[in-house]
Ligand binder design. Structure first.
Ligand code: NAP
Length: 243
């Protein structure tokens, strides 16, 4: 059975990825940080679909917790075929108002967390000479967003990490790609008013905001054999917002 570890799978895009990978026949390790109940409920839901689902907890900005999480997943599944890095946080505000702690928290969750998880996954994938990594970036990592400078920097870092790693581990039979979402309706958008969201929708050529499933379908594709000759790519799933 193919297996996947999905970070940030307790909610939003990660949870949609967990459902989509389960539907594609993967056993799923559902990672969460604070939302234990949501992760457990999702595991029960997926177990009812005929795949194995386990939950694992870690703050991905802490490399020791990430290592312990991977040990737990290897203990449960024996191997990890695919890793989806979806855990992340956003921060909206002027860069000049941002504190060191706020910067460290964002870079820790969005960029360092992706690095720690890739490093742990690759140790085994390199031995197995196979594996797939899908990193969830952001269109703001491609073009930058006003008042989201740290977030844009972290996601640009995720894109650079994806492209560099693809070159580094491609000769070992491992593919690394990113999905770069546009505006997707999850808790991350909770701070935006109806007016903000209407303006964002108006700016989107397809005239609609995205759903977590739009990103999950792209992630499953990139992890599948149909994407066997695709690596180092950033698949933008944004309704045409950034082209
Ligand atoms: P979300 O609904 O707010 O969910 C965030 C997830 O990340 C939760 O599962 C949360 O876990 C986890 N998380 C946050 N900080 C963590 C940490 N330090 N360690 C471990 N887990 C942590 O967000 P989302 O919209 O699904 O976003 C998922 C990914 O897509 C993020 O990387 C985000 O930057 C990216 N993205 C989102 C959008 C959008 O419009 N929504 C657009 C572009 C990119 P707990 O709840 O268990 O604590």
């Amino acid at each position: 059975m193919r297996t996947v570890l999905i970070t940030g799978a307790s909610r939003g895009i990660g949870a949609a990825c967990a459902r989509a990978f389960a539907k594609a026949g993967f056993d799923v390790a559902i990672h969460y940080c604070r939302s234990a109940e949501k992760a457990e409920a999702l595991a029960r839901e997926l177990s009812g679909c005929g795949v194995r689902a386990v939950t694992v907890q870690a703050d991905v900005s802490d490399s020791k917790q990430v290592k312990a999480m991977f040990d737990e997943v290897y203990g449960a599944f024996g191997h990890i075929d695919a890793l989806v890095n979806s855990a992340g946080v956003a921060h909206v505000g002027l860069l000049t108002d941002m504190t060191d702690d706020e910067w460290d928290r964002l870079i820790g969750a969005d960029l360092s967390g992706t690095f720690y998880c890739c490093r742990e996954a690759l140790r085994e994938m390199l031995r197995a000479h196979s594996g797939v990594i899908v990193n969830i970036a952001s269109m703001w990592g491609e073009v930058g967003a006003s008042c989201e400078a740290a977030y844009s920097a972290a996601k640009a870092g995720v894109i650079g990490l994806t492209k560099a790693l693809a070159k580094e581990v491609g000769p070992s039979g491992i593919r690394v790609n990113a999905v770069s979402p546009g505006v997707i309706m999850t808790d991350m958008m909770a701070g935006f008013t109806g007016e903000d969201l209407a303006a964002l929708r108006d700016e989107t050529p397809l005239n609609t905001l995205g759903a977590p499933e739009d990103i999950a379908d792209a992630a499953v594709f990139l992890a599948s054999d149909k994407a066997r000759f695709i690596t180092g790519q950033v698949l933008s799933v944004n309704g045409g917002f950034v082209i």
